[in-house]
Design a protein around this ligand. Structure first.
Ligand SMILES: Cc1cc2nc3c(=O)[nH]c(=O)nc-3n(C[C@H](O)[C@H](O)[C@H](O)COP(=O)(O)OP(=O)(O)OC[C@H]3O[C@@H](n4cnc5c(N)ncnc54)[C@H](O)[C@@H]3O)c2cc1C
Length: 298
């Protein structure tokens, strides 16, 4: 491991934490120690970090803001490579070229300041642009794929950069090729809409108020836990199964939005998994619908 750390030490603009709890890296505030938490501050540093992990056979995950993750209680004996330092963005008219680690919030603010719209409905999603592409994040009728023109990726196995056009990203409902192929999203080309700063900002405010009114933002969570089943809403099915407020350990079904599981304090990943299983069983028995999770277990 000394050689691994030495090789990482040679990468300019890389910060390292050892044995750091995933509970401090995820919005759910759940998860045990991650052996290496690596913060590259540029795309070249991100790629070098991936090369070093590959070379030394260290398992790795690329992580945005950890806002769609359930991290394991026992932790992870590999590296979490955090993208938040890769956050540059360049504008050219209605087009933006942004790095993977920029937060959706910062990107939407930047767009607003330039009078560019398109991202307002995603305001309040606490993830990065890279994570949003992987999940094809969406809200209030807009999905990130509605703005994506192309995605820059790095393949750590082939040590190759490439650009995927929209069609190659295979976007679907909370779906993309990036959930299946071991590709790292390094940057995204977006097409925005000409608008006005005041209009964009007032739209963002409306969306923020809707979220505050309908989501349990006062508790740690990973957002909606379940995918929307065809022709139904997961939250409503869970509510109709009488599970609002149902609790296992520190994990509970939110009373404000039954599609959210919240961490009331000290929840473990096992509490969350057990609660998910209980919800799936109860909803299936009542409605015949099997809820599938949107949450990613790392
Ligand atoms: C309060 C709250 C509200 C939410 N509301 C919404 C909502 O309205 N709509 C919605 O869709 N989601 C919502 N979410 C879920 C979440 O914010 C989104 O899925 C978000 O897009 C995840 O981004 P992230 O950067 O946090 O990704 P992470 O959670 O860090 O990662 C998600 C997955 O993407 C992978 N990944 C991340 N970055 C990269 C990269 N650069 N290259 C390759 N793989 C990568 C990770 O390995 C992981 O598998 C909400 C979450 C919370 C806590």
């Amino acid at each position: 491991m000394d050689e691994f750390l030495t090789a990482l030490g040679a990468i300019r603009g890389l910060y390292l934490l050892e044995e750091y709890p995933a509970s401090k890296l995820t919005t759910f505030e759940i998860g045990g120690p991650i052996a290496y938490v690596l913060y590259p501050q540029s795309i070249p540093a991100l790629v070098k970090t991936l090369r070093v992990c590959h070379l030394f056979g260290i398992p790795w995950r690329v992580i945005g803001r950890g806002s769609n993750l359930l991290a394991r209680d026992e932790g992870y004996a590999g590296a979490w490579i955090m993208t938040e330092g890769c956050n540059r963005v360049r504008f050219c008219g209605c087009h933006a070229e942004a790095e993977c680690g920029i937060s959706l919030a910062a990107l939407t603010e930047e767009c607003a300041a330039r009078g560019l719209g398109g991202l307002e409905n995603l305001w309040g999603i606490p993830g990065t642009l890279g994570g949003a592409c992987v999940m094809n994040a969406g809200a209030f009728g807009t999905r990130i794929c509605d703005l994506v023109q192309a995605v820059n990726v790095y393949d750590p196995v082939l040590d190759r950069h490439s650009v995927l056009g929209f069609d190659a990203c295979l976007f679907g409902y909370r779906e993309s090729v990036f959930q299946h192929d071991p590709l790292v999203v390094t940057g995204v080309s977006l097409r925005l809409a000409n608008s006005r700063t005041d209009l964009v900002r007032s739209h963002m405010d409306r969306v923020g108020r809707k979220r505050e009114a309908s989501q349990p933002l006062e508790y740690p969570s990973a957002g909606s836990v379940f995918r929307r089943p065809a022709g139904a809403y997961a939250g409503r099915l869970i509510q109709e199964a009488g599970l609002s407020g149902y609790r296992i350990g520190g994990a509970a079904v939110s009373e404000k939005h039954a599609g959210f599981i919240v961490n009331l304090g000290g929840a473990s990943a096992k509490n969350v998994r057990d609660l998910i299983g209980h919800i799936q069983k109860a909803v299936y028995q009542r409605s015949g619908i099997l809820l599938k999770t949107e949450l990613i277990e790392e």
